[in-house]
Design a protein around this ligand. Structure first.
Ligand SMILES: [Fe+2]
Length: 830
């Protein structure tokens, strides 16, 4: 970062043909631009296509500027022979003081040429005539800076350098020129992100811009110079965009996200580690042609120490030269000996406050050991320009553009700690998803299936999840769509990462007709039992089977947790708008009820806590299956940037509340009839304030963190409002933090007790309790110490399996009696 004079000149004449324009640029939108024949082309004739420069901009102090660029039409016709406009935009700033915010939300001052032959600064209606019957022109823009006011001069020149026309604007406020610099194809008089831009803009200019239409233009030889043009070379983005990794029981998986490169580009990415002061290449991988990821899998990784690594990539130029690029980070040691493992619970980012620098700084202060991105890493609206669903190739680039916003937001935290990422509905361009085991959508979204084609969905799956530990069962689901549900053990916490919507049945056509939107029940006489039909799926048989195995696999783990997209109850009562009360919502994982109960029965057997997002309604809930709180606890973390708000507005106060607890906590029944205990909830304001950050704050955007204290066997949930400073005490939402004993995750009331166990031979053994009558696991947990009295939910005979799965030591006792008020004890030598 600096203010020194440093000129800039584009190097496209040396770049091989590719979609990505280079690390110095952000293209709006990515898929509409490419490098071809040593220059860049905007291949889509549409408004407000632009390329912003990341490494140079004007600062707050008045600064002179000289920019030039050559441009023409990509069909080679005369500039006058077609439609559209082209040129520069300067002083681009967004609502937040961040050059990245300006890339997406910025507006600035335009200066260019229109196809009907005018050279203009500001609005094309004010232009100076010029003769455009020529294949190309060079535009030169000069800013002569005064203290308060600056003078702008735009001139057009022919191929021999002869000036064709010139226009000037005096008395432009100097401070209005601070911001990003861009090339623009087809000026547009409105912010494409604003819904009512036409009303906000001068109607005459709008009409004129519309009349000009849009053309396809090329640009070349962009130069930027001038005193106090700020140099920000560190703000370049790429060619290595970001990385994500997981470390689980000594296996490292690291995914590198690359931009869309070309056929002439190097196709391999290397992973290097430092040994004895030298960087050693340990492996290399080919970039996936569609996902643009390279994923390393290191089977035997030394997880006992922090290991600096760097990803390396050779960027080639078409003149035969090349440049090495590195993306360094640290694979932290597995914190097996730390008392507490912290997990950031992150979801639902509209990127309205992109790049959310204050938010990520807050998360950096919390310094979680692991961050779980549990879905909606972006929304369809993120980045502007809507969504492009077809053709397939640009639709994949459209996805990558939005995904890159996520990576750019989080990369500084992802490079040096493990992260989990699982896609939810908006990640696959759907408002809701009932994945139907990967089937294609055939009728409506609510009938289930994926709207986007399978190869596109697989780009989502690969970019977001390829760094996760190996899937339990890698067999793809329908249409060959990849799966990612997996176990992950880190810091002596064993996680089950689930896909809670990939296999889920769609409601429409199966449940009683709603009379309207297939997922929204509005009939006050709705009987939820009529919707709990045989054959419906939630997690599906494969994930249930894997949960069953996982519940008794305690290798390297003291505690357990499930991570999935959403909670397994219907909590929100009010959706989208203050009066948007629903009777029930099939998007929630309260439905299908029997399958939801089956999942929770497996999860509670491992005393597992549940981390999720999706709701935009931060809450801690205690699940009930047959009775209140007889299953596990869950945290629905807040959205990073809330778009669609939800509220919990029970019709009657909760029962059995703690003294002084608010009326919207306590015991309820959810809209599908499940017992629901709400321990903490933060409802947003019905009328949020209107300024950007305050609005996000009032819509209960925020930060969530879960602490697993393995020594004390407790789970603590923390949650901060969006504008809180997490380093200030007392700034969490009302109701947070809350701590729970791990045993609360199987909160069912005990009926009988087995003898008190006095274990000899191993510390902290795993205790599995198996019902002799059925042969089924009652539960399994890792006890702290050597003494514990197991409880059960029916008197009778049980088998006790006491083990240390890491050393292989094990002792099994069958026919042990459980009785009410059992006062006996049992010494077990393992
Ligand atoms: Fe969401």
């Amino acid at each position: 970062m600096g203010e020194e004079q440093a000129g800039f000149a584009s190097q496209w004449q040396k770049a091989p043909d590719r979609v990505w324009l280079g690390a110095e640029y952000w293209a709006n939108p990515l898929q509409d631009w490419r490098v071809a024949g040593g220059r860049i082309e905007c291949v889509k004739a549409a408004p407000n296509r632009n390329v912003q420069l990341l490494t140079r901009r004007l600062g707050d102090k008045p600064a002179s500027l000289q920019m030039s660029v050559r441009l023409g039409r990509i069909d080679g016709k005369h500039l006058a022979n077609g439609r559209g406009s082209a040129g520069f935009r300067i002083g681009i700033r967004g609502p937040l003081d961040d050059y990245r915010n300006a890339l997406i939300y910025g507006q600035g001052l335009d200066a260019g040429v229109t196809s009907d032959g005018r050279l203009f600064i500001g609005k094309p209606g004010d232009g100076t005539p010029l003769d455009l019957v020529r294949e190309s022109i060079e535009l030169q823009l000069a800013v002569d800076a005064g203290d308060d006011k600056s003078k702008l001069t735009l001139s057009a020149h022919d191929a021999d350098g002869n000036e064709l026309a010139r226009t000037t604007r005096d008395a432009i406020a100097s401070d209005s020129l601070a911001g990003n610099l861009a090339l623009v194809a087809n000026f547009f008089y409105g912010n494409p992100n604003a819904k009512n831009n036409a009303a906000q803009q001068n109607a005459a200019n709008q009409n004129r811009a519309n009349n000009l239409g849009a053309g396809q233009f090329w640009f070349a030889d962009w130069t930027v110079a001038g005193d106090r043009v700020e140099t920000h070379d560190a703000d370049a983005f790429g060619p290595i965009l970001f990385s994500q990794y997981s470390l689980s029981r000594g296996v490292l998986k690291l995914a590198v996200q690359m931009p869309p490169l070309g056929e002439q580009d190097e196709q391999a990415v290397r992973l290097e580690v430092e040994r004895g002061g030298e960087w050693i290449e340990i492996t290399r991988e080919t970039i996936h042609p569609e996902a643009r990821t390279a994923t390393f899998r290191i089977e035997v990784w030394d997880a006992t120490r922090d290991t600096p690594y760097r990803v390396a990539y050779t960027l080639r130029s078409s003149d035969g030269t090349s440049q090495e690029h590195y993306w360094p980070g640290v694979v932290r040691r597995d914190p097996v000996d730390c008392d507490v493992l912290t997990v950031g619970d992150v979801s639902c980012n509209t990127h309205k406050a992109f790049p959310n620098a204050a938010y990520t700084a807050n998360m950096a202060k919390l310094d979680p050991d692991l961050i779980a991105f549990v879905g909606d890493q972006f929304y369809e609206s993120s980045g502007g320009y809507g969504v492009q669903r077809a053709p397939l190739a640009p639709a994949m680039l459209d996805y990558l553009r939005k995904w890159y916003l996520h990576g750019w937001t989080w990369r500084e935290l992802m490079r040096d700690r493990p992260t989990i990422s699982i896609p939810d509905d908006h990640d696959v361009y759907q408002g809701n998803i009932w994945g139907e085991s990967g089937a294609p959508e055939t009728t409506t979204q609510e009938a289930g299936g994926y709207n986007m084609p399978a190869p596109w969905v697989n780009v989502v799956v690969r970019t977001q999840t390829s760094h996760l530990p190996d899937a339990w069962d890698p067999t793809p689901c329908k249409q060959g769509i990849g799966v990612y549900s997996c176990p992950l053990t880190y810091g002596r916490v064993s996680f089950a990462v689930l896909a809670d919507r990939q296999f889920k049945s769609g409601p429409e056509g199966k449940v009683p007709p709603t009379g309207g939107r297939g997922d929204h029940v509005t009939d006050p006489h709705f009987d939820p039992k009529t919707a709990d039909l045989p054959g419906l799926q939630l997690l599906g048989p494969r994930q249930l089977e894997h949960l069953r195995d996982w519940a008794c696999d305690w290798r390297g783990a003291d505690m357990k947790a499930v991570i999935s997209q959403t909670i397994f109850t219907a909590m929100a009562t009010t959706h989208g708008e203050p009066n948007g009360r629903l009777v029930a919502d099939y998007d929630t994982n309260a439905w299908p009820q029997s399958e939801r109960n089956a999942a929770l029965r497996e999860i509670r057997k491992a005393f597992a806590f549940h981390i999720a997002g999706d709701q935009h309604l931060p809450a801690i809930v205690h699940y009930g299956i047959d009775e209140h709180a007889d299953a596990g606890l869950a945290f629905a973390g807040p959205a990073v940037n809330t778009g669609y708000p939800r509220w919990f507005e029970p019709l009657a106060p909760g029962k059995n509340r703690a003294p002084g607890a608010p009326a919207n906590t306590g015991e309820f029944f959810d809209s599908f009839g499940h017992p629901l205990s709400v321990l903490a909830v933060a409802d947003g304001k019905k009328q949020p304030r209107t300024s950007l950050l305050e609005k996000l704050h009032d819509k209960v955007s925020g930060l969530g963190l879960v602490r697993f204290d393995k020594r004390r066997r407790t789970v603590t949930v923390e949650c901060w409002p969006f504008l809180a400073d997490v380093s200030e005490p007392g700034t969490q939402f009302a109701g947070w933090p809350r701590s729970f004993d791990v045993l609360a995750n199987y909160g069912r009331k005990a009926v009988a007790r087995l003898p008190r166990l006095e274990v000899r031979g191993v510390d902290n053994p795993v205790v599995e309790v198996i019902d002799d009558a059925t042969g089924e696991l009652v539960y399994a947990l890792r006890i702290a110490g050597q003494t514990w009295q197991p409880h059960v939910f029916a008197a009778g005979k049980y088998t006790l399996q006491i083990s240390d799965p890491d050393s292989g030591k094990s002792k099994q006792l069958s026919g042990v009696m459980a009785t009410p008020g059992n006062e006996t004890s049992l010494e077990v030598s393992v």
